[in-house]
Design a protein around this ligand. Structure first.
Ligand SMILES: [Zn+2]
Length: 291
């Protein structure tokens, strides 16, 4: 086939199949990053290279089109004064830029009634999301103390951002699924969507046919950047659609990824522009009562 033949054939294929305009169609409006970590002055953060404060993240958000961002802290066990101080530091950081940042505070389930009292205090201060991280905080998701914390969050109208991947506990995602089914009044956000175990999330889409599991949101931080462009990408997208793209949230997991990297991964998944709008903005706005 000569050159003209190839050109004519490719024009035909492009016209009939995927036009450049269609391929480039993306949601371009404001974005909410539902998973970004704060490193406070006392050093509570993800790593030694995690910048202290919000200035660096704010600049990255500006460049990436992120209009609002979470500021996550993670509580340690056994020192409620430190937990309160950590949460207050996060609240103060968000209050310094309230149009842009919102707080994801934390308690440690093993702190029992004191942790529940801290949830009361945080709810009164307007906190809407609580972070729990079984691996970092070293607790078992099946511990009854965890169920007390998540039930209390539901009573107070606070969602729980729950890390859902633990290389040390192969049953963790199953425990989390059961907890979310037992507590339909609590909104659970599965951070990283189970990561390499994401296939198990499909259990939820089956249960959603029976009216269950609508209280589970999937935060695709880390997993989006891990699998975008990979051989697994079609299955990841298929699983998101089975669960419901109206229950999927974008997160950067800053400083693990930058907001720009995480957003580029979402845009590389091959979602429609309407699906991107849900994932990058509308679902978070609805769940968290943000603009
Ligand atoms: Zn994280």
């Amino acid at each position: 086939m000569g050159r003209i033949g190839i050109a004519a054939l490719s024009a035909l294929l492009l016209g009939a199949n995927l036009s450049p305009a269609q391929a480039a169609e993306h949601y371009t409006g404001p974005i909410i990053d539902t998973h970004a970590h704060l490193r406070t002055n006392d050093g509570n953060g993800l790593s030694a290279s995690h910048p202290i404060g919000t200035a660096e993240l704010r600049a990255l958000d500006q460049a990436a089109g992120v209009q609002q961002s979470a500021l996550i802290v993670i509580a340690r066990q056994g020192d409620m004064a430190a937990t309160r101080a950590l949460n207050d530091a996060a609240i103060a950081a968000a209050k310094a830029d309230p149009q842009h940042f919102y707080v994801i505070a934390s308690v440690h389930p093993a702190d029992g009634d004191a942790a529940l009292a801290e949830l009361d205090r945080l709810a009164k201060l307007g906190v809407k999301v609580i972070k729990l991280h079984p691996n970092t905080q070293r607790f078992d998701v099946a511990d009854p103390a965890v169920a007390k914390v998540t039930a209390k969050c539901g009573e107070l109208g606070m969602a729980v951002l729950f890390d859902s991947f633990n290389p040390l506990d192969a049953n963790e995602l199953g425990k989390l699924l059961m907890l979310s089914l037992r507590q339909p009044k609590t909104n659970f956000i599965f951070a990283h969507m189970g990561f390499t175990q994401f296939r198990d999330v499909l259990t939820l889409s089956t249960l959603r046919k029976l009216g269950m599991g609508g209280n589970v949101w999937l935060d695709i931080s880390a997993i989006g950047t891990a699998y975008a462009g990979s051989p697994v990408q079609p299955e990841l997208v298929w699983t998101l659609r089975q669960h419901g793209v109206d229950h999927v949230l974008m997160g950067s997991d800053w400083p693990v990824d930058t907001p720009a990297t995480a957003i580029a991964a979402v845009r590389a998944l091959g979602l429609t522009a309407d699906e991107e709008r849900l994932v990058l903005h509308d679902n978070a706005a609805k769940l968290l009562g943000l603009n």
